[in-house]
Ligand binder design. Structure first.
Ligand SMILES: [Zn+2]
Length: 348
């Protein structure tokens, strides 16, 4: 089968790889209908973190079940399914706590030994604890909903999780640091799912600011660093914001998030800290801040978010602004890395 592989820094291409196949009785085999490129895929592409040549790529996909193992009960052949970016059993202690991304038996698609999402098919371990079937199957949904179903595999739920970790509730004022697909999804989740009143998005890219407004942002702040912090404080009577979503993971974004938080505020962190920023804790200490972290347990949010997408009240798919055939995956990485695309969809 064809799948995207990592050739070198700045070089991603499609190659022939062994067919995905069932291995365990708890597996499902999914033929990919749509996949996409993630901001977190760009770290290796840009050479910020190491990756082995020939590694498989991608962790976001939706598709049709082609085969199931003998122990699979909740999905069947022909089902149209959504896969969170990590598989999980949904039964262990961490999963029962709603933290499926720390499942004792879980893993990430695209990790060594597993199929990546950017390919023609994927072996899904622990299918019952991982996959969610779309009611009505592939012919039961309008094509216009497909991008939103794809966004549910990662960014939509990751952004929402950031707002949940930040403690956003009805009527809240929240600031979002990061205008990529995750930051924008945090705006959408805060507005549509959690009922925030005021949403300040830190963005200096016109196209992203515009989408941020469509998603519910009330204020767009283009300034960065100390100026950005000052602008947010200006907008909040000098107090800062009670709720901040950190959706980037760099030292600079952390400095902004801490600087704009109000005394006693909460920062919800979903930006993958690939470069392991050294976080001074003195300021959070004297500011009485709560810092809450986590790789988003997408599986926990999926049933509710799927219902909202199908009801037409929630449209995270608007983050996709480029749709390419799988064979042009390299162009998708380049477009996202150069910020010419917010998020690129791939069709095998
Ligand atoms: Zn588990």
């Amino acid at each position: 089968m064809r799948a995207a592989i990592f050739e070198a820094v700045g070089r991603v291409a499609v190659a022939e790889v062994p067919d995905a196949e069932l291995r365990e009785p708890t597996d499902a085999l999914v033929r990919v209908v749509r996949a996409c490129v993630c901001g977190s895929d760009l770290w290796a592409y840009r050479g910020v973190i190491p990756k082995t040549e020939g590694s498989r790529l991608g962790h976001e996909f939706i598709g049709i079940v082609e085969a199931i193992g003998t122990a699979v009960r909740t999905v069947g052949i022909g089902d149209f399914v959504i896969a969170p970016f990590q598989w999980s059993d949904n039964t262990c202690a961490a999963c029962l706590d709603g933290i499926q991304t720390r499942c004792e038996h879980g893993g990430t698609f695209g990790a060594a030994g597993s199929d990546g999402g950017q390919g023609e098919a994927v072996r899904v371990p622990l299918a019952d604890g991982t996959l969610i079937a779309v009611p009505g199957g592939p012919s039961g949904v309008d094509a216009s909903v497909i991008p939103s179903l794809l966004a549910l595999t990662d960014v939509a739920a990751t952004g929402l999780h950031g707002a949940v970790l930040a403690g956003v509730t009805t009527g809240s004022t929240v600031a979002v640091v990061g205008d990529g697909a995750v930051g924008l999804s945090a705006v959408l989740g805060a507005a549509t799912v959690l009922g925030a009143d005021r949403i300040i998005l830190m963005s200096r890219h016109e196209d992203r600011g515009e989408l941020g407004r469509i998603f519910g942002a009330t204020d767009i702040v283009a300034e960065r660093g100390e100026e950005g912090i000052a602008r947010v404080r200006e907008l909040t009577r000098g107090l800062g914001v009670r709720h901040v979503v950190e959706a980037v993971g760099t030292p600079k974004s952390w400095k902004m998030a801490i600087g704009m938080a109000r005394v006693g505020g909460t920062i919800g962190a979903v930006g993958v800290p690939h470069t392991s920023p050294q976080l001074g804790i003195f300021t959070p200490f004297v500011q009485h801040l709560t810092l809450s972290f986590g790789i988003a347990p997408v599986r926990r949010y999926l049933p509710d978010l799927l219902a909202r997408v199908l009801a037409g009240s929630y449209n995270p798919g608007a983050v996709f602004d480029l749709d390419l055939p799988l064979d042009r995956v390299g162009d998708g990485y380049a477009a996202m890395s150069d910020r010419r695309s917010i998020k690129t969809m791939l069709t095998p």
